[in-house]
Design a binder for this molecule. Sequence first.
Ligand SMILES: Cc1cc2nc3c(=O)[nH]c(=O)nc-3n(C[C@H](O)[C@H](O)[C@H](O)COP(=O)(O)OP(=O)(O)OC[C@H]3O[C@@H](n4cnc5c(N)ncnc54)[C@H](O)[C@@H]3O)c2cc1C
Length: 485
Amino acid sequence: MAATTLSQATSSNIVTPLRDTAPMRVVDGFGRSVAASSRFVSPRNHGELLEVIAAARAEKLPITFRGSGRSYGDASINEGGIVVDVTLLRRVISWDPETGILVAEPGVTVEDLWRRGLVDGFWPAVVPGTMRPTLGGCLGMNIHGKNNFKQGPFGDHVLGFTLVTADGREIPCSRDENPETFHAAIGGLGLLGAITNIRLQMHKVESGFLRVEAMAAPNLEGMFATFRERLPHSDYLVGWVDGTAEGGELGRGEIHQANYLTAAEDPAPGELSHTEIQGLPSTILGVPKSILWRFLRPFMSRFFITFVNSMKYFMSKLNHGKTYIQSHVAFAFLLDYVPNWRLAYGDRGFIQYQVFIPDGTALDAMKAIFEASHRAGMPPYLAVLKRHRPDKFLLSHALDGWSMAMDFPVPADRNALTALTDTMTQIVLKAGGRFYMAKDSVLRPEELKAAYGDERLSKFRALKAELDPDGLFETALSKRLELSR
Ligand SMILES: Cc1cc2nc3c(=O)[nH]c(=O)nc-3n(C[C@H](O)[C@H](O)[C@H](O)COP(=O)(O)OP(=O)(O)OC[C@H]3O[C@@H](n4cnc5c(N)ncnc54)[C@H](O)[C@@H]3O)c2cc1C
């Protein structure tokens, strides 16, 4: 394996031993249902990152990399270790406005990407439902967007990166150089080393806007049928599902299809990146966005959520077939409209549970999942349907099939939720499905094995043993799922 040696750190702020000097912090998963107390350090540059890795290794202090902490579960927390926050490594190293190739440090965010690229006519090919994640987090989880069926995951647009391993080697990774490590570290849950120096191909767009069409679907069969019909003609396709509907309306909801505009269709040519056009509003109905979550909190009950979902579905029937023009940002980052909305779920927080099920079994399995949630008296408060395609990454969650992401508030009796997720997990496994680690906090090692298969997990563990023989890199998730060693 080709490798260069560790470059020397210069003028550093890192004080050692980390075990005694780095401040203790409690950090949580985005859903707030899991948290852990650990040492916390924020290197300011590449040299400091190398120094932290060397110091932690010498002190046998397990490292957990953390971007913006947008993973819902325990992927970037770790009781007792040291959390290495990469958000200060936020330099765009180079940007080519002709080719749309960007080279950046891992703390650069999805927001930084579009702000840098759009002025020159480039949008990130794949974005999640929030613009806050970092490049490190996007690669660590190999995130997907509402266009996974067409553009694949984030990793499909990464040209290369450098992996800093436990012994301080800096390994160049691309499809040509160390391809096995390239395909394992992308989606490798931060367990093989620090991903830095990321080279990304952005997607050329002719307009700052999309044409969006809204369509109501009377049930899950209707959702699938509309998706199937629209997929060949869509740049993005996403379904909001009313998780509270039952009987013949089980899985009813609204689908949004979005397509890029050509330059000739652009309603505001030359205004591609204007902040007032692309940015989200600072107030909603006159209320500052920053305090909106407080208004939501009293209404987070099953009764109210059923009412809101019904109203939303009623509106979707009124809007059926309507088309409108929307900015990229407004379409892509709906969940950023209300900052801190996660706090509305209250102190126990919530979990997100996202399942990926093959095309042939998805419809029945998803119906069974909703029915199980109703039987348990815990329908999902939010549910989102997407279509996916397989990819070449070792621990890929995507397959030729469908995903349903569901939010469940954590009830006073947490065991009741565990019983429900256990039931749903068995449905998914029987249907040949997988789970998404960025959302997971419930899976057990044997369930991971059943979903991903021995061969892939053994390959991953072998690479981990080679690159990180002492198990320096670990997370609460990797310990729970026995992936650390
Ligand atoms: C509102 C919301 C909407 C979302 N929508 C989507 C969506 O549509 N599609 C989707 O796929 N995901 C979605 N997500 C999940 C989110 O995109 C992922 O969890 C992403 O990984 C978060 O990035 P982060 O910077 O917060 O990383 P973190 O959550 O902090 O870390 C994620 C993983 O990356 C590792 N990591 C971080 N930096 C590095 C590094 N430099 N080197 C090596 N490993 C590193 C961490 O150890 C961890 O395992 C959503 C999350 C939220 C909160």
